[in-house]
Design a protein around this ligand. Structure first.
Ligand SMILES: Cc1cc2nc3c(=O)[nH]c(=O)nc-3n(C[C@H](O)[C@H](O)[C@H](O)COP(=O)(O)OP(=O)(O)OC[C@H]3O[C@@H](n4cnc5c(N)ncnc54)[C@H](O)[C@@H]3O)c2cc1C
Length: 509
C-alpha cells in the first residue's frame, strides 16, 4: 500500500467528483519507482470505476499519462506525483474526467485560441512548493488545447536526465526541447511568455483612476481593498500578483492564523481583491512615474495608465551578492530558494552566503539533505537569532566561516567552487563545492522610479505617517518604503494607511 489511510480517504472523496471515464496509460519497468507507480495506479483504479488502466510504452519509463477515452490529452507524469504534486495528480484526474478547471473564462479562451504544437516538460522535485502551480497550469493548458502537451518529470526519479540537462533549480520548464523558464509561474505568466498577453492599447484606453496601486503583494492588495471600499475608481497593476509571499513556505506570524503557507495567503489576497470592483492588471511591470495633470505610470509594454493618486507598493527582491560568476551560474549551482532547490543538491557540498536568520534557516534545512554546508558570513559574528545558531552548532556537517568576503563563484558549465577573502588574515581562499545559496537579504524594487521621489540611501521610499511620499498625490506602502520592519501584517497595515491617506488627499484636492 503506497497511500496512507488519511490520504486514501481524502482521495476517495475527490474521486467521487469525477464526471466521466478516463484512461491511464502506464509505462512501467521492473525498477523500484515503476513498482511503486504501479501500486499507486492499482489503488487509484480500485477507488473509482471511472478509472481504466492500460499498459503501454511511453517516451519515459516509469511514467503514465491521463487521457480521455479515445483521446490523448498530453498530460503525463514521469515519476510518482506524491508529495507536493499529489494535488496536481488529483486535479489532472478530475479535469480530464470533465470537471472544469478553476480559471477565468478569458484565460480558457486564450488557451483554446493558441495554434501550433507545444511540447512542455517540467522538471520538479516533490518537496518544491513552487512546482505544483507550474505543473497544474501546464496540465490545464494540455487538457484544453490538443496542440499542447505536458510531462511532469520528477528529478529524483530521472537523475541522469537532470544531470545531462544541467538542471539545478526547480521547476525548470522546457518547451519543444528548449529552456522556457524557471521558478513559480502562473498560467497567465506562461501565456504572457508565449506571447498571448494583454494588448498595450487596451490598457492605455482606460479612463483615469482615482487610486492606482502599483504592486500586488500584501501591501498592494490591502491598499486596493481599502480604496475600493470607499467607492472610488481603483486599479491595481502588478508584475506578479502575490509578491514575496508566493515564495514563502510556512507562515506562523500572520496574526489570527496559527499556520498557513505563502501561496494560500496569495490566493486569498487575490480572491479578496476580486470581491471588489478593482481593475486588476496582472503581469504588467511599471517602468516610470511622471506627475502631470494626473500621475502617469508608464508600463514596460508602452501603455500609460493615469490616476489622480498612486500608491507604490512594489516590495522587495532577493539581494544579489554581486560577484563574478553569480549571474552566469544562476540556476547552474547558484540558487536562492533552499526549500525548492535543496533536494537537487542531495549528497553534494554547498555554501550558504549570509549568516542572518534566513541564511541560518537555509543552512539548517540544507544540512539534512546535502553532504556538507559551509556558511560564509561577512561580519565577525552571525546575525541570526541565538536559538537558530544553537541548532546550527549542533549539526555535524556544517562549517561556519566568519569575516568571509565572497570574491568569485567559479565553474565550467556549472558551479564547482567559491573564492573568498578572509578579512582577518587578508588571505584569499577557495572551497570546492557544487552549490551556493545566496541569503543576504532584500533590496527595494524602486530603481524604476528615477530621481523624482525622495528615497533613503538604501533606495527605500520615504513616507510620512499617512503613507505620503515627497510627490503630492503619490503614496507608498510595504517593503518598498522606509518602514522599520518588513513583514506581511506590517505591509498590510501600511497599505491600509496609504489608501486612507490617498482618500483624504482626494477629498481635500
Ligand atoms: C522567503 C521569505 C519568507 C518570508 N516569511 C515571512 C513570514 O513568515 N512572515 C511575515 O510576516 N513575512 C515574511 N516575509 C516577508 C513578507 O513576505 C514581506 O514583508 C511582504 O510580502 C511585503 O509585502 P509588499 O506588498 O510590501 O511587497 P511584495 O510582497 O514584495 O510585493 C511586491 C509586489 O509588487 C510587484 N512589483 C514589483 N516591481 C514592480 C513594478 N516595477 N511594476 C509593477 N509591479 C511591481 C511585485 O510583482 C509584487 O506583486 C518573508 C519574505 C520572504 C522572501
Amino acid at each position: 500500500m503506497l497511500l496512507d489511510a488519511d490520504i486514501k480517504a481524502q482521495l476517495s472523496q475527490y474521486l467521487q467528483l469525477m464526471e466521466g471515464d478516463i484512461l491511464l496509460k502506464v509505462s512501467a519497468g521492473t525498477d523500484d519507482v515503476s513498482r511503486d507507480m504501479l501500486l499507486l495506479i492499482d489503488e487509484l483504479a480500485t477507488m473509482s470505476s471511472h478509472i481504466k488502466v492500460e499498459r503501454t510504452e511511453l517516451e519515459r519509463t516509469p511514467s503514465f499519462s491521463v487521457n480521455r477515452i479515445g483521446e490523448d490529452t498530453g498530460v503525463t507524469f514521469a515519476g510518482i506525483p506524491l508529495g507536493h504534486e499529489f494535488t496536481s495528480l488529483v486535479l489532472a484526474l478530475l479535469q480530464v474526467s470533465g470537471r472544469a478547471p478553476k480559471v477565468d473564462q478569458k484565460v480558457i479562451d486564450q488557451i483554446k485560441a493558441i495554434k501550433g504544437e507545444y511540447r512542455f516538460e517540467s522538471y520538479i522535485s516533490l518537496t518544491c512548493h513552487n512546482c505544483p502551480d507550474v505543473v497544474q497550469a501546464l496540465n490545464i493548458m494540455s487538457i484544453l488545447n490538443p496542440g499542447i502537451s505536458h510531462t511532469m518529470i520528477d528529478g529524483a526519479a530521472y537523475k541522469a536526465e537532470v544531470e545531462s540537462k544541467n538542471i539545478m533549480a526547480v521547476p525548470t520548464v522546457f518547451l519543444n526541447g528548449e529552456n522556457f523558464g524557471g521558478g513559480r509561474m502562473s498560467i497567465e505568466e506562461i501565456l504572457a511568455k508565449m506571447g498571448s498577453g494583454t494588448d498595450a492599447s487596451e490598457l492605455s484606453d482606460k479612463e483615469p483612476f482615482d487610486v492606482l496601486v502599483v504592486g500586488g503583494g500584501p501591501a498592494g492588495a490591502s491598499a486596493a481593498i481599502y480604496a475600493a471600499r470607499k467607492g472610488i475608481r481603483t486599479g491595481i497593476v502588478a508584475e506578479r500578483f502575490g509578491g514575496q509571499v508566493m515564495d514563502t513556505m510556512g507562515i506562523e506570524n500572520f496574526i489570527g492564523t496559527k499556520y498557513t503557507e505563502g501561496p494560500k495567503v496569495a490566493a486569498s489576497l487575490e480572491e479578496h481583491v476580486k470581491e471588489y470592483d478593482i481593475d486588476v492588471m496582472n503581469l504588467q511591470r511599471a517602468k516610470s512615474l511622471e506627475k502631470n495633470e494626473f500621475v502617469e505610470i508608464e508600463l514596460e509594454n508602452g501603455a500609460v495608465l493615469k490616476s489622480k493618486t498612486v500608491i507604490l507598493s512594489t516590495g522587495a527582491r532577493w539581494r544579489n551578492v554581486g560577484v563574478p560568476g553569480e549571474a552566469e551560474f544562476k540556476n547552474k549551482g547558484v540558487a536562492y530558494c533552499p526549500h525548492c532547490d535543496g533536494p537537487l543538491f542531495a549528497g553534494k557540498r554547498v555554501a550558504v552566503i549570509g549568516g542572518g536568520n534566513s541564511g541560518i534557516e537555509a543552512a539548517i534545512d540544507l544540512a539534512g539533505i546535502v553532504k556538507h554546508v559551509t556558511v560564509l558570513e561577512f561580519a565577525a559574528e552571525l546575525k541570526a537569532d541565538a536559538v537558530l545558531q544553537e541548532r546550527l552548532n549542533s549539526l555535524p556537517n556544517v562549517t561556519v566561516i566568519k569575516n568571509a568576503q565572497t570574491k568569485e563563484i567559479m565553474g565550467t558549465d556549472k558551479v564547482n567552487g567559491i573564492t573568498y577573502l578572509d578579512r582577518e588574515t587578508e588571505e584569499v581562499k577557495h572551497i570546492e563545492l557544487e552549490g551556493i545559496f545566496v541569503q543576504i537579504g532584500l533590496v527595494p524594487n524602486t530603481d524604476w522610479l528615477g530621481e523624482g521621489i525622495e528615497r533613503t540611501r538604501m533606495g527605500e521610499i520615504v513616507v510620512d505617517k499617512h503613507g505620503a511620499t515627497s510627490i503630492p498625490g503619490v503614496f507608498a506602502a510595504g517593503d518598498c518604503t522606509d518602514s522599520a520592519y518588513k513583514q506581511i501584517i506590517i505591509s498590510m497595515g501600511s497599505g491600509a494607511t496609504a489608501a486612507l491617506g490617498a482618500f483624504d488627499y482626494l477629498i481635500r484636492n
